[in-house]
Design a protein around this ligand. Structure first.
Ligand SMILES: Nc1ncnc2c1ncn2[C@@H]1O[C@H](COP(=O)(O)OP(=O)(O)OP(=O)(O)O)[C@@H](O)[C@H]1O
Ligand SMILES: [Mg+2]
Length: 237
């Protein structure tokens, strides 16, 4: 498989406080990769650094053969990178359809907009029934679906998801993750960061464990599910 995203020796700091130390991760085309870690491990910081929202103290981010260091964050959607931030980042005072339309503003998204809209509605039929509804009045689960749907309207090569399970009841977490699994069939690769290891591990082809800003373990889904430390510390077994 060919490489889509490569993060090399990444160091990120807030002022004097270094929170990511020498991070190396990779996402190949067609993969779902999960970066797993508890509260404060540095998951959000990692995604923000990859999408150019935070400066890198050291290291490189290479996306689709380009080094991103000198590319401004607002140009990344046109290159095929989509980021669903923690807390969803939808426009609450706009309707479902307006949010989806905004997702398609870049050149990649404008092409075949109707087809992508139909794909989003296939994945999330609940959104189709609510196109005129104000996003603020959607349930938490529906808002998460809208956030993912909006990112898919960008027609991305890489979809980055920051804790899509946050604040959702287990049944909705399962629904959202089941959809994430279907997305991969439509083309984009996925980088998921999650503290909900129990669900995320099932979805990922490969996993990384992020603890206190360091990648302490890397392996396949099976290797993670069988790892004694993961079982004990994170899966409560
Ligand atoms: N703007 C900021 N200024 C200073 N420190 C910050 C800032 N944002 C995050 N941090 C610190 O960086 C560390 C990593 O935070 P981050 O939000 O990346 O963790 P996380 O893994 O996403 O956690 P959670 O699962 O709770 O979302 C934490 O110790 C946090 O307090
Ligand atoms: Mg976070």
């Amino acid at each position: 498989m060919s490489e889509l995203l490569k993060v090399e020796n990444l160091v990120v700091a807030y002022g004097d406080l270094e929170v990511l130390h020498d991070i190396n991760i990779r996402v190949d085309k067609g993969e779902i990769v999960a970066v797993l870690g508890s509260n404060g491990a540095g998951k959000t910081t990692l995604l923000q650094a990859i999408s150019g929202l935070l400066p890198l103290r050291r290291g490189r981010v290479i996306f689709d053969t380009r080094e991103l260091t000198r590319i401004p964050a607002h140009e990344l959607p046109s290159l095929g990178m989509a980021h669903v931030p923690q807390g969803r980042g939808i426009f609450t005072t706009l309707t479902v359809m307006e949010n989806l339309t905004i997702g398609a503003w870049n050149p990649r998204g404008k092409k075949e907009r109707e087809r992508h809209l139909n794909q989003v509605f296939d994945l999330f039929p609940r959104l189709k029934d609510r196109t005129g509804q104000m996003a603020a009045t959607l349930s938490g689960g529906e808002q998460q679906m809208l956030a993912i749907g909006r990112a898919l309207m960008q027609n991305p090569l890489l979809l980055m998801l920051d804790e899509p399970s946050l604040g959702l009841a287990p049944i909705l977490v399962e629904a959202v993750f089941a959809t994430v699994e279907k997305i991969i069939a439509q083309g984009p690769s996925i980088l998921l960061v999650e503290q909900n290891i129990f669900y995320a591990i099932d979805l990922a082809s490969r996993c990384y464990l992020l603890e206190n800003g360091r990648i302490n373990l890397e392996g396949t889904r099976a290797e993670f599910a069988e790892n004694p430390r993961i079982k004990e510390a994170y899966l409560g077994m």
